[in-house]
Design a binder for this molecule. Sequence first.
Ligand code: XMP
Length: 326
Amino acid sequence: MADVRPESMERITTEALAKTFIEEQVAAVREQVGNKKVLLALSGGVDSSVVAALLIKAIGKQLVCVHVNHGLLRKGEPEQVIEVFKNQMDANLIYIDATDRFLDKLAGVAEPEKKRKIIGEEFIRVFEEEARKLEDVDFLAQGTIYPDILESGPVKAHHNVGGLPEDIHFEGLVEPIKLLFKDEVRVIGRALGLPSEMVDRQPFPGPGLGVRCTGAITRDRLEAVRESDAILREEFKNAGLEGKVWQYFTVVPDYKSVGVKNNLRSFEWPCIIRAVNTVDAMTATVEEVPYAVFDKIVSRITAEVPGINRVLYDLTPKPTGTIEWE
Ligand code: XMP
């Protein structure tokens, strides 16, 4: 497949068009790989999930999916990957909990670009080690999409977790969705029967919660990010904001302020809420969240998340802020 989308290629907007695309790709993948094995780093994000579902349809257990949990995933994510792909689709899935390994490497590292670099590199190392253990894997599948090919010069080291293992030789790459735009990938995912929480989920950076636990990551503060994020997502869903707001999450910075809890002085972290809308992530505006929704979120986060005594809302558009804090 060429790297340029032909002008004649119709935009995939309907289930019927998706079905045709799926049939064509299933045939193309079978033709490309024959009876050989294909390896895929399955993060649980939209792109890798759609590639996994497509390849399971095409070649079943010849696909080996590796899901690396770097300890920086959102609450419930690794469980969902296992449930959907292993339990429901009967995929050949290897699950690796590498949390300790990543957090040990990240201990004491406060500089954002260094954190991103460590996470990206460690991911490749873990993936490579797994690949080496498997015998006779000839192809590497990737969830490359068209904007990845078109994109140029980002502000941050946007290396997606899941880069190419450098010193393992593969016979070829399998990139069945590389000419598709994101909305088309979602249409394909739906047609393949993936759950809406996977197909319609908001963007999530490769370095995960690591860039939302600012400065040097500690386990207790990382847990505060994970728990507050889960509460925010739940309350946005209850308020009908899910699918309406482009991206929303919490950040827990590495400094504390004085407060009162149960009539006692507390000295704890603040939790910052970010909720933005954008078309292409190059610029972004801040969502006008109703105060009643905030009220609920503030009471739940301060009551349920250990270590948090304040909740703040980030009112900054991009520019001057970026969407993420690191
Ligand atoms: P910023 O923070 O640069 O983010 O305004 C723009 C969009 O990109 C996401 N983001 C990433 N996505 N790998 C990714 O796949 C990354 O390393 C990464 N860093 C930021 C961010 O969540 C937002 O949607």
